[in-house]
Design a protein around this ligand. Structure first.
Ligand code: MEV
Length: 311
C-alpha cells in the first residue's frame, strides 16, 4: 500500500480539567468531528507536510519523527496531508487528534503491529515534547474513543458506558481562544503560592469526577448536571473561568439546563450545558439562550469512535 488515511475524533472534557494534571481523574468524551491524516509514500527523500487547517505543524512533524524512529520505518520520502472539519479555535482537541491520526496512518502504511496502549504512549510523548505539559486526556480520547475515566499520563484509561441515552449536551463557544499552556502554568503558580487551598480544590474536583462517573453510568443526567455545577464553582475558585464563559453558563442554566460548566483549560474556548431532555423545548431554548448571550453553538455528538484507518 502506498497511501493510508486515518481519522481521529476530537474531544470534550466533561469534568476534572486541571485536577487531572495533578493525578486526579477526569471524564472526557470523544466527539464526532474527525480529523483526517493521509500519508503517501513518495521518492522525494524528505517528509513533506501539507496541513493548512492545523495551527501548529510541529505536532505532525514530531509525530512522524518519533513514529519513524520508534517503529524503525525505512522510507524514500513521505507526503502528509491533513483534512479537518473543525478548526483549532474551538479547543476540541485538534492537536491531539492530528498526532494520533498521523501515528495511526504511519502504522497502517508500514503494516506495523501497534496496540492502542503503545499508540497512546507515543502520542503522549509527542504532545509533551511539543507543548511541555498536559495530562494526555485528549490523546486518550482520540485513540480509544467513547467516554473515558482517565488519570494523568494514562495511569488509568477506562471506558465508561451508559446503557440508555446519548449524553444530552449543548456546546457553546465563547469566541475567545484559550491558551491552555498558560492556564495550566497559572494553576501551577497558584498551587505553589497557596498549596493547601489549591490541593483542597483539586481533591474535591477528583471526588466530583468519581460521582460524575457513577451518574454517567446510571444515565442520571440531572445529577451529572448538578455535579458539573459544583465542578464549575471550583474552576472559578481556581481562577480559570472568564466573564464570557460565565455569561454562557448562566444563560444556559436560566434556560433550563441541568448544569453547565467550562470545558477544557478555561479562559475562553467552550462551555457545555447538560440539557433536560425530558422537556421537549429544552434544547432549542438553551441553544437560543447561548446565542443571545453571544456564544456560537457548536454541534457535536459525544461518545464517538476512536482512531481508525479509513482506507
Ligand atoms: C485542557 O484542555 C485540560 C487541562 O486539564 C490540561 C490537561 O489535562 O492536559 C487543563
Amino acid at each position: 500500500m502506498t497511501e493510508v488515511t486515518a481519522t481521529a475524533p476530537g474531544k470534550l472534557m466533561l469534568m476534572g480539567e486541571h485536577a487531572v494534571v495533578y493525578g486526579r481523574p477526569c471524564l472526557v468524551t470523544a466527539v464526532d468531528r474527525r480529523l483526517a491524516v493521509t500519508i503517501t509514500e513518495t521518492q522525494s527523500g524528505k517528509v513533506e507536510i501539507k496541513a493548512p487547517q492545523v495551527n501548529n505543524t510541529q505536532f505532525v512533524e514530531k509525530a512522524l519523527k518519533l513514529g519513524v524512529k520508534r517503529w524503525k520505518i525505512k522510507h524514500q520520502g513521505l507526503l502528509v496531508t491533513t483534512q479537518s472539519p473543525f478548526s483549532g479555535k474551538y479547543g476540541l482537541g485538534s492537536s491531539a487528534a492530528v498526532v494520533v491520526a498521523s501515528l495511526k496512518a504511519l502504522v497502517g502504511l508500514f503494516s506495523k503491529k501497534v496496540d492502542n496502549r503503545e499508540l497512546f504512549k507515543l502520542a503522549y510523548q509527542v504532545i509533551l515534547e511539543v507543548q511541555g505539559l498536559g495530562s494526555g486526556f485528549d490523546a486518550a480520547a482520540a485513540i480509544f474513543g467513547g467516554t473515558l475515566y482517565f488519570v494523568t499520563g494514562g495511569r488509568v484509561i477506562e471506558k465508561v458506558e451508559n446503557k440508555g441515552s446519548v449524553l444530552p449536551l449543548v456546546v457553546g463557544y465563547t469566541g475567545i481562544k484559550s491558551n491552555s499552556v498558560e492556564l495550566v502554568k497559572q494553576v501551577a503558580q497558584s498551587r505553589q503560592q497557596f498549596p493547601e487551598k489549591v490541593e483542597r480544590i483539586l481533591q474535591a474536583i477528583g471526588k466530583l469526577v468519581d460521582q460524575g462517573c457513577a451518574a454517567y453510568i446510571a444515565g442520571d443526567w440531572e445529577k451529572l448536571g448538578k455535579l458539573m455545577d459544583f465542578n464549575q464553582e471550583y474552576l472559578r475558585d481556581l481562577g480559570v473561568s472568564s466573564p464570557q464563559l460565565e455569561n454562557l453558563i448562566l444563560a444556559a442554566k436560566r434556560a433550563g439546563a441541568w448544569g453547565a460548566k467550562l470545558s477544557g483549560a478555561g479562559g475562553g474556548d467552550c462551555m457545555i450545558a447538560l440539557i433536560n431532555s425530558e422537556v421537549d423545548q429544552s434544547k432549542p431554548l438553551i441553544i437560543e439562550a447561548i446565542r443571545k448571550a453571544g456564544g456560537e453553538v457548536v454541534e457535536v455528538i459525544p461518545n464517538a469512535e476512536g482512531v481508525r484507518v479509513e482506507s
